[in-house]
Design a protein around this ligand. Structure first.
Ligand code: E4P
Length: 216
């Protein structure tokens, strides 16, 4: 399973990259706004900076919701860097646009996926990635991981090459379950990646080894 970091914060991207396990970055308008990135020039520059920091797929989300505008915006985003993946919302014009991008060799990430039916449509349109929002499904008292399992089964049975990108991750456990169920990618806040490092017995064991090392 590939690891993407789900943030537009450059310090967090650097920290994840320095771990040596980072395969890419996802952003969305909320994450960009959180970093105070405003205006087309600043947004484009921020994407370029991220692309220079991480040699992997970088999702950049369109803000348009009609077919013509999504195409225009997606082409501009894709032209910023070869590693840009155009992130398109799961709406009717979004699916049409994903098919157009597929036909024109522009890679896409279909975002805001909450059902297997939506995932099938995105895969049929040729999306490179589909992003089921695990945490937001859990927040609504459904089981987000059930969607990952269902998508894995459907994509395998149907032979879809679209990658399942588990998104809206809230914890280290989400990452472990996504890996167990066969997600191709997990995009995670830095905290959730770092949570994987932790186990109290590791801390206790290391403290004892270091104490005993003094007697060596
Ligand atoms: C990633 O592509 C999504 O935009 C992101 O994971 C959403 O996460 P959230 O539900 O924590 O906002």
């Amino acid at each position: 399973m590939k690891f993407f970091v789900d943030t537009a914060n450059l310090a967090q991207i650097k920290e994840a990259h320095d771990l040596g396990i980072l395969d890419g970055v996802t952003t969305n308008p909320s994450l960009m706004a959180k970093e105070g990135i405003k205006g087309e020039a600043a947004i484009n520059q921020h994407y370029k900076t991220i692309c220079e920091m991480v040699n992997g797929d970088i999702s950049a989300e369109v803000l348009s919701t009609d077919f013509e505008s999504i195409i225009k915006e997606g082409q501009q985003l894709a032209a910023l860097h070869p590693n840009i993946v155009v992130k398109v919302p799961m709406i009717k014009d979004g699916i049409k646009a994903i098919k157009w991008f597929t036909d024109h060799k522009i890679r896409t990430n279909c975002t805001l996926i909450f059902s297997a039916g939506q995932a099938i449509l995105a895969a049929k349109a040729g999306a490179t990635y589909v992003s089921p929002f695990i945490g937001r499904i859990d927040d609504s008292s459904w089981d987000g991981m059930e969607l990952i399992a269902q998508m894995r089964q459907i994509f395998d049975v149907q032979g879809y090459s679209t990658e399942i990108l588990a998104a809206s991750i809230r914890s280290g456990l989400h990452i472990v379950k996504a890996a167990e169920l066969g997600a191709d990618v997990c995009t995670c806040p830095l905290d959730s990646i770092l949570a994987l490092l932790k186990h109290p017995l590791t801390d206790i064991g290391l403290a004892k080894f270091l104490e005993d090392a003094k007697k060596m």
